[in-house]
Design a protein around this ligand. Structure first.
Ligand SMILES: [Zn+2]
Length: 468
């Protein structure tokens, strides 16, 4: 058996692992590289093998850095099934066409720029994949339930376990039989932080011959949920006290539902007054509908809060805006409302006009709840910029800006180590992936030191390992 690390090796994005077992070849995840100048080139070369030779894909969850190259794999000739949980399939129906739309818009923009500069020497850039290619590959999704083993090929059995990261997220347990041996491979996917709102805690796994574990926050600890709650309550009280709005940039899938849940819970417990919350993103509305549909996957408290929201519409006035006209109408609301919109890093989408509208107002507050990459307007806000360029215009920052920690969808170092300590004995091989190179290396050292596991490696992109 052979395992090749196609991505998420020494970096966080591009999760994709090729397994060759006898004549069977399959991928665990098929993710897009994101951020940084090299991402596009890496996405172009990531599938530098015959896509038709891949028998199937096992997908851990819907995030684009795990799923985003599936339409390209299919466009290059892959015809097999993509196995994932039912909730993941529902989210992909929203996310893959949206990702394709972004690819098309990006290619069109680059081509316009090239034409303007008079550089006609090269052919026009094609998008990584088109909306219709993304829509076509959805037919290959093969949805399964958690904890129900399935056999995607002769001699291979797979079970998906709840990873507690986002709706539908899974740990993949794979048992591969050969004539002489039986091997168990475990891919952690992305693991959620235990005890966090909405999602269940990651399933503990007791055994593996070969383990591939994520390490996004392998070198740090999250702030306690209690201090996050205090920060949120204080920021909202003071903005409303000044007569302003609270603007929250948030990723449409996952983070938006989590923020809505936390806010509703604060009203339910009397920590915040009655609230009007606008969720201004068609994609977030669709993801929220999927979350309601798969309500049974939420933890108990999440289900309770969802029921409370349905029964207390006057106390928690939750409004999803679909049309651009409804979105613009929110500009009329000068105070007392919470506005959640994408993108999460303030660099595109409807959040931009809400920021342009509210940032110059001293009464308003902006709450940053997620990771802000270098070079994004969100990062400049966190770093205390007094002015931002939005849609090509200078916008003064007079609103108060708060960074609210503790809402991360990823397990921190203590939670990762705790999950690993659930293994009854050290796997024969452990590979640390899905972390910046330095973080992954530090986390590897931590595993050796704290758990006494000896065979821990941090693979590089493209590295292959053989196992008997
Ligand atoms: Zn993820």
């Amino acid at each position: 058996m052979r395992l090749t690390f196609l991505g998420a090796a020494g970096e966080v994005t591009g999760s994709s692992f090729l397994i060759e077992h006898g004549t069977t070849r399959f991928l665990v995840d098929c993710g897009m590289f994101q951020g940084g100048r090299e991402a596009h080139g890496k996405n172009l070369s990531a599938l530098a093998f015959d896509a038709r030779s891949i028998d199937f894909v096992v997908l851990t969850h819907a995030h684009i850095d795990h799923s985003g190259l599936i339409p390209r794999l299919a466009a290059l000739g892959f015809r097999g099934p993509v196995w994932c949980t039912r909730a993941t399939a529902a989210l992909l129906e929203i996310m893959l066409p949206d990702s394709a739309h972004v690819q098309e818009a990006d290619a069109a923009w680059k081509n316009r720029r090239k034409h303007r500069s008079g550089r006609f020497a090269h052919a026009d850039l094609a998008p990584l994949y088109t909306v219709s290619q993304a829509q076509q590959c959805l037919a290959q999704l093969q949805a399964v339930e958690y904890d129900q083993p399935f056999a995607p090929a002769q001699g291979i059995s797979v079970t998906l376990r709840d990873a507690g990261h986002i709706l539908g997220s899974a740990i993949a347990e794979i048992i591969a039989k050969s004539q002489t041996a039986l091997r168990k491979l475990v891919f952690s996917g992305d693991l959620g932080q235990p005890g966090r709102p909405l999602m269940r805690d990651p399933t503990r796994i007791e055994e593996a011959d070969l383990l591939v574990v994520e390490s996004t926050y392998g070198n740090r600890l999250h702030r306690a949920p209690q201090s996050t709650e205090e920060e949120l309550v204080a920021a909202i009280h003071s903005a409303f006290g000044r007569g302003g709005n609270v603007v929250i940039p948030a990723f449409a899938v996952g983070r938006t539902q989590e923020v809505v849940h936390v806010l509703a819970d604060l009203v339910r417990r009397g920590r915040l007054p009655r609230l009007t919350v606008f969720v201004d993103s068609p994609m977030a509305a669709a993801a929220s509908a999927a979350t309601r549909r798969f309500n049974a996957l939420l933890d108990e408290e999440g289900q309770e809060v969802a029921r409370w929201i349905a029964r207390h519409k006057s106390q928690f006035n939750l409004r999803y805006t679909e049309s651009v006209r409804d979105s613009m109408a929110i500009n009329q609301v000068t105070g007392g409302a919470i506005i959640i919109a994408a993108s999460g890093m303030c660099n595109a989408g409807r959040i931009v006009h809400h920021l342009a509208h509210n940032l110059p107002r001293r009464q308003a507050a902006v709450l940053i709840t997620g990771f802000q990459a270098l070079g994004t307007p969100g990062r400049r806000l966190v770093d205390g910029a007094k002015e931002l360029i939005l849609h090509g215009e200078r916008v003064a920052v007079r609103a108060s800006v708060h960074t609210v920690g503790g809402l991360s969808a990823h397990a921190d170092q203590a939670a990762l180590l705790d999950w690993l300590s659930g293994f009854r004995r050290a796997p024969r091989q452990t590979f640390v992936v899905h972390g910046e190179a330095e973080t992954a290396a530090m986390f590897g050292d931590e595993i050796r030191a704290r758990l006494g596991w000896k065979t821990v490696q941090v693979p590089e992109r493209g590295a292959s390992f053989n196992f008997d």
